[in-house]
Design a protein around this ligand. Structure first.
Ligand code: ATP
Ligand code: MG
Length: 255
C-alpha cells in the first residue's frame, strides 16, 4: 500500500540536528515505488543520516517524512522496510545460515504467507548467492560476503522498501555488477522500492532516479538522463560538478 499520491517516500522540509549541527536542512524529495533511487554525494554530506531518518532510527528529525503511507518509524513499517547499515552487522561466531536463522526467529518472516521460516532463509541465501557458504562461520567471510549476509537478513521479510547504505563499497567489479543485477531484479520482478546510497558516481548510471546531495542539501532529484541533458555533460559525475559550481555561484550572487 502506497500513500494517496503513489510515492514510496515523501519528505517535506526534512531537517535533522546531530549534536549542535544541522546535518540535513529542509529537504524536499520523493522516492518512486518499484524503482531504484540512488542517494549520491561525498563523504559526510548526510547520506547515512537521511537513510536513518527514513527507517526511523534517527533522532531529532523535523518536517514531514512519510514512508509507504505512514510516518517514518511507524511500527507497522517494521516488516515492510529492510535496512542494511553501512557496517555489516553479523555475528562472527555463527555460520551464515545460523545468522539468518537467528534473525528469522526475531523477524518472523512468512507469518500469514506460504513461505516457512526455513524457506525464507533458503530464498534469501539464494538471492545473495551465498548458498555455497551457508556453513561457513561469518567471521571467516570476506567483507563483500559479510555485506551480502546483511543484505540477506534485510530480504528475509520480502520488504516493500529496501534501504541500503553503501552496499557495494569495497567490492570487486564482478560482485558489484552481480549485486546491481539483484537490485534490478528485485525492482522489476517483485516491485521492491530500493533507496541506495553511494559515493561512487559511476553507480549513479545504474539507478532509475537520483538524489544528489552535498553538505546536507539536495542539489538534484531527477533521472540520470535528465541530469546529463540539463547540464550538457556525458556523465552524471560531470553533471554533479556542474550543479556544485552553479550552487556556489548562486551563493556568491546572494551575498
Ligand atoms: N553525533 C554527531 N554530532 C554532530 N555531527 C555529527 C554527528 N554524527 C554525524 N555528524 C555529522 O553529520 C554529517 C553527516 O554524516 P553522515 O554519516 O550522514 O554522512 P555520510 O554522507 O553518510 O558520509 P559517508 O559517505 O562518509 O558515510 C557529517 O558531517 C558528520 O560529521
Ligand atoms: Mg554514510
Amino acid at each position: 500500500m502506497m500513500n494517496s499520491s503513489g510515492v514510496a517516500v515523501e519528505a517535506r522540509g526534512l531537517t535533522v540536528q546531530r549534536g549542535s549541527r544541522t546535518v540535513l536542512s529542509g529537504l524536499d524529495f520523493t522516492v518512486e515505488p518499484g524503482r531504484i533511487t540512488g542517494l549520491l554525494g561525498p563523504s559526510g554530506c548526510g547520506k547515512s543520516t537521511l537513510l536513518r531518518a527514513v527507517v526511523g532510527t534517527q533522532a531529532k528529525v523535523t518536517g514531514t517524512l512519510r514512508v509507504l503511507g505512514r510516518p517514518a518509524g511507524h511500527p507497522a513499517l517494521r516488516p515492510r522496510v529492510g535496512y542494511v547499515t553501512q557496517a555489516p552487522s553479523v555475528y562472527t561466531d555463527l555460520t551464515v545460515r545460523q545468522n539468518l536463522d537467528y534473525f528469522a526467529a526475531i523477524l518472523q518472516p512468512g507469518r500469514g504467507h506460504h513461505d516457512t521460516r526455513r524457506d525464507a532463509v533458503t530464498r534469501a541465501l539464494t538471492e545473495v548467492d551465498l548458498t555455497s557458504h551457508e556453513g561457513a562461520l561469518a567471521g571467516t567471510l570476506s567483507g563483500g560476503q559479510r555485506t551480502r549476509v546483511s543484505l540477506a537478513v534485510a530480504l528475509l521479510c520480502t520488504p516493500d522498501l529496501l534501504v541500503l547504505d553503501e552496499p557495494t563499497v569495497g567490492l570487486d567489479p564482478v560482485l558489484r555488477r552481480d549485486l546491481w543485477h539483484l537490485f534490478h531484479a528485485l525492482a522489476a520482478e517483485r516491485g521492491t522500492t530500493l533507496l541506495i546510497s553511494s559515493h561512487v558516481m559511476d553507480e549513479a548510471e545504474r539507478c532509475h532516479r537520483l538524489l544528489l546531495m552535498r553538505e546536507g542539501e539536495l542539489l538534484a532529484d531527477d533521472t540520470p538522463q535528465a541530469l546529463r541533458t540539463a547540464a550538457g555533460t556525458d556523465t552524471v559525475e560531470e553533471a554533479f560538478l556542474h550543479l556544485v559550481e552553479a550552487a556556489a555561484t548562486r551563493r556568491e550572487n546572494a551575498r
